[in-house]
Design a protein around this ligand. Structure first.
Ligand SMILES: Cc1cc2nc3c(=O)[nH]c(=O)nc-3n(C[C@H](O)[C@H](O)[C@H](O)COP(=O)(O)OP(=O)(O)OC[C@H]3O[C@@H](n4cnc5c(N)ncnc54)[C@H](O)[C@@H]3O)c2cc1C
Length: 238
């Protein structure tokens, strides 16, 4: 058995996030967000009150990792190039895009200079980048940061990280490591005495260089899958 179930959005057990924020893990979530953005722009065209209009058009992204940064840049480009053409009656400068990051820099875990460069780049694109700001409440149409800042926005995008689902029958203490990833040996095997394997985002192959396993990106998943297929064939004597 090969477990390759990937990861899921980490909601930190907070039901407000699940109810009021958009995740960015599945194609369905992306399409849902896109539909809400355009539906709200349509509504904004008929909304006279300034505050009501802001709630429809402003977007808050929580989490300044690769997904949040990419999303903020894409939305800033949409504001610059798409809105003036497709929503001419809407003042595109009224659309505020916030990127809220709990840590002191964007893209943590990568070189600091990269985070600095992206803060500068996104601010030039008029994205409101808030650092050291931890979102701890997401009521229906706004977010509240730990230091009490309230930001009104009908759409909150949650890109704070991923976790893995615990599979029934595998004890947490014995089989799982950081991020609920299944601990595997160099052969992607859960334990040496069975034929259960895990790979990709769901697996944590600890090594000297990678204390917490490989990064949860595509290449480790593809390479582990190919390597495991080769090993399984070899174990059958091929
Ligand atoms: C927004 C976003 C942007 C990303 N950008 C990049 C990027 O630019 N470059 C990059 O290298 N990586 C990127 N990644 C990471 C990359 O998508 C993952 O690392 C990669 O998809 C992991 O592959 P996987 O096969 O382990 O898991 P997945 O691709 O997640 O596949 C797991 C599959 O298992 C299915 N599944 C889950 N549970 C069950 C079950 N119980 N039964 C049956 N099926 C189940 C899931 O529905 C899913 O289809 C990004 C991820 C996200 C969310």
């Amino acid at each position: 058995m090969v477990i390759a179930t990937g990861a899921v959005t980490n909601l930190f057990g907070n039901s407000e996030i699940e109810k009021h924020a958009f995740g960015l893990k599945t194609v369905g979530e992306f399409l849902d967000l896109r539909n809400h953005i355009f539906t709200d722009f349509e509504k904004a065209l008929q909304t006279v009150n300034y505050d009501d209009r802001q709630a429809l058009i402003d977007i808050v992204i929580v989490g300044g990792g690769p997904t949040g940064v990419e999303m903020a840049g894409a939305l800033a480009e949409m504001r610059k190039y798409i809105i003036p053409k497709d929503y001419r009656e809407l003042n595109h400068q009224e659309v505020d895009i916030y990127l809220i990051q709990g840590g002191g820099n964007l893209l943590q875990g990568m070189d600091d200079s990269l985070g600095d460069a992206f803060v500068e780049y996104l601010r030039k694109m008029d994205v409101k980048v808030l650092l050291n700001a931890r979102v701890d409440q997401i009521p229906e149409d706004h977010v509240v940061t730990a230091d009490g800042q309230k930001i009104v926005a009908g759409k909150v995008v949650w890109t704070v990280g991923v976790t893995c689902e615990i599979a029934e029958g595998f004890e947490r203490e014995k089989f799982y490591g950081r991020g609920n990833r299944l601990r595997v040996n160099a052969f992607n095997q859960l334990t040496e005495d069975n034929f259960i394997f895990a790979l990709g985002d769901a697996a944590m192959m600890e090594s000297e260089n990678m204390q917490y396993g490989h990064p949860q990106v595509t290449q480790p998943a593809i390479q582990q899958a190919k390597n495991l297929a080769r090993n399984l064939r070899k174990s059958q004597g091929d």
